[in-house]
Design a protein around this ligand. Structure first.
Ligand code: GLA
Length: 632
């Protein structure tokens, strides 16, 4: 297993924003706070390359030396995230074109088209310079490629992107006929007769949307094309450094979805992620736990690292509430409990100028005599006092939940039975129900294999809208071998090209495994409906009948009264539950609690307290009492 060693503590360090006399003070303060790692050079391209091929490394060499002398290691960035003005102004085709066909202006950040050959050549040359120069530097312990790929302009709709998309489609489909059949292009006169007629899914006339198959393929294509950029940089670094691990920082957040991180993770030495709280949400620690668990899933048994979060407020939400005293320790402890090999932040010193001047940092504008600096220093020293935690992975959960970016993409599209469907919200509600019940969850990908599933007492499939036949088979085999699953509504409706499976919605999963025949969807009106067992519902009901399933509860006060809403079917001891509606949080907790107690799923903590174990270490975090305890 890749070993990231000790628990890391630190953050993005941007010395280029400060005069050199501040740098020395930075090192002293870092030592005081217990900082042992900084990410260096992430947004330094313009400072390093001042005109074409004119590289300046003297300042970076100096910063590296100071850090090294101060005993602080470096997560060396490749600086390719934000191309300099001289480059993007000279090559306008480098800049991304949005859904409406508007080319985005230089002046923000991370504005480049992943299909641009100029961007690729210039990024390649820069990484070559950085990797060859610093590969042997004793301060370097890991590499940080680019920054949050797909954050600001994930999709580019320019002509270069169109050509790359067509090339990608030619690889994916054996013929144009196959593409036409998969996308169903005989609908609305969309049939293509030549590959060159294919377009990117830009804005179409009002009330219409690009073809669903085209839309989802464009999302797949974009994730893969962008991943190619990562691989390009990774391979350059590898030529110069065969020792230190390479990563890029993910955005494991509820509202970020452009990159399929399951696929990305397979290309990375170790997974790292960023996470920011929705600070207006009093229960944001539950979203944090979900994203940390999800990241542990991406890492798939390898070590991972929280690369960025905030010491206090951010600057990009409508209202940027500061963290309350003690909140940051709870947040960090939750990440470490869930497997992070440390705690990193954006950023070391709060910027004096620029868009992020009101974003918190380890050293605030007011300096070291501050609540924030005291709290983070205390935290850095607390981590240093517990080095043994780094040696153990987080204990596996009894429950696995399928998380699949392609479902997210499919369910974001228009023209579904209701626009109120939200993949992210449904997953979050199920996760939250488990969390509040004290039941831990591991996340697994949509193409999970049987051996992985067999480790769990319960596997949950929340709105797994598309499944290939092969994937359906894995769940069949799992149940045949004694596995228990819970399937939610609107699952297995289509194959992976979004063609609907005929003969009863849910096909082999809902009809065959769950034993429920679903014939029509009845989205609920506001306030409509309840279940016969008293559970509260919303959003969804369906006209259905049990065909082999035992009905736990049926719909009432709906247009489909009497149709089964919650069912269970026994397959020689293995259980398949079906949930044909969206339950309220309290009802979802009851339903899952009942399932877990039948299956002997373990739980610990609950309410406002989370209990998570890493081998002999037990983290107990009480979000109401604002306490963190670590025992072994
Ligand atoms: C992201 C970026 C950082 C910074 C933070 C602010 O995570 O990677 O550079 O902008 O957001 O929250």
């Amino acid at each position: 297993m890749l070993n990231l060693g000790k628990l890391h503590f630190g953050g993005d360090y941007n010395p280029e924003q400060w005069p050199k006399d501040v740098w020395k003070q930075d090192i002293e303060l870092m030592q005081k706070a217990g900082v042992n790692l900084v990410s260096l050079g992430i947004f330094s391209w313009a400072k390093i390359e001042r005109s074409d091929g004119d590289y300046h490394f003297d300042w970076l060499d100096e910063a590296m030396e100071l850090l090294h002398e101060g005993g602080i290691s470096v997560d060396m960035a490749t600086a390719t995230a934000s191309p300099p003005a001289w480059l993007s102004m000279a090559n306008p085709e480098m800049r991304a074109v949005n859904f409406d066909g508007v080319q985005l202006s230089h002046g923000g950040r991370q504005n480049y088209c992943a299909a641009s050959s100029v961007y690729r050549q210039k990024a390649d040359a820069l990484v070559e310079q950085i990797a060859s120069r610093y590969a042997k530097h004793p301060a370097v312990v890991m590499w940080h490629i680019n920054n949050e790929y797909g954050c600001h302009a994930p999709y580019c709709f320019c002509e270069n992107s169109r050509q790359a998309f067509v090339a990608w489609l030619k690889e994916r489909y054996s013929s144009l006929d196959e593409l036409n059949a998969s996308w169903g292009t005989d609908f609305w006169s969309q049939r293509y007769y030549d590959w060159d007629e294919l377009v990117v899914p830009k804005r179409t006339p009002d009330g219409t949307h690009p073809n669903p198959g085209q839309q989802i393929d464009f999302k797949r294509f974009t994730s893969e094309l962008t991943l190619d950029l990562y691989k390009m940089e990774r391979d350059i670094i590898r030529k110069h450094d065969s020792v230190h691990p390479i990563t890029t920082n993910f955005m494991s957040m509820k509202f970020t979805y452009a990159m399929d991180y399951w696929k990305w993770s397979r290309e990375m030495d170790f997974v790292s992620t960023d996470h920011y709280l929705a600070q207006h949400d009093p229960d944001n620690h539950i979203d944090l736990a979900q994203q940390a668990d999800l990241t542990r899933g991406f890492a798939s048994g390898k070590q991972w690292l929280l690369m960025e979060h905030s010491t206090s407020a951010v600057n990009w939400q409508p209202r940027n509430y500061a963290k309350t005293p003690g909140q940051e320790k709870r947040n960090s402890a939750s990440f470490v409990a869930r497997g992070s090999q440390g705690v990193m932040y954006f950023q070391w010193r709060q910027s004096q100028a620029g868009s992020e001047r009101f974003h918190s940092a380890l050293v605030p504008h007011a300096g070291e005599d501050t609540r924030v600096f005291r709290e983070v220093s205390e935290l850095g020293n607390w981590l240093a006092e517990n080095p043994g935690v780094a040696d153990y992975p987080t204990d596996r959960a009894d429950v696995a939940m399928v998380y699949d970016y392609e479902q997210f993409w499919a369910l974001m599209q228009a023209n579904l039975p209701t626009q109120d469907i939200s993949y992210a919200d449904t997953v979050a509600k199920i996760y939250r129900s488990f969390w509040e019940n004290g039941t831990r969850v591991d996340f697994v990908p949509g193409d999970v294999d049987l051996e992985t599933l067999k480790q769990y007492k319960l596997v949950v499939l929340p709105m797994v809208h598309m499944l290939s036949e092969q994937e359906e088979q894995v769940y069949h085999d799992f149940v045949a071998q004694g596995g228990n699953i819970l399937i939610s509504y609107f699952s297995n409706i289509a194959d992976r090209t979004l063609r609907v499976k005929l003969g009863g919605y849910g096909g082999k999963l809902v009809r065959d495994l769950a034993g429920v025949y679903v014939e029509e969807f009845y989205p609920l009106r506001e306030g409509q409906g309840k279940l016969s067992n008293g559970y509260e519902i919303g959003l969804w009901s369906e006209l259905s009948r049990a065909e082999g399933a035992e009905v736990i509860a049926s719909f009432e006060a709906t247009d489909v009264d009497g149709s089964p809403a919650l069912t269970v079917r026994d397959h020689s001891g293995a259980k398949v539950w079906y949930q044909g509606t969206e339950l309220s949080l309290s009802s979802q907790k009851k339903f899952l609690g009942e399932i877990c107690s039948q299956l002997g799923v373990s739980s610990e903590g609950g309410g406002s307290t989370e209990v998570v174990r890493r081998g002999p270490f037990k983290f107990e975090i009480d979000h109401k009492a604002n306490t963190v305890s670590l025992s072994s």
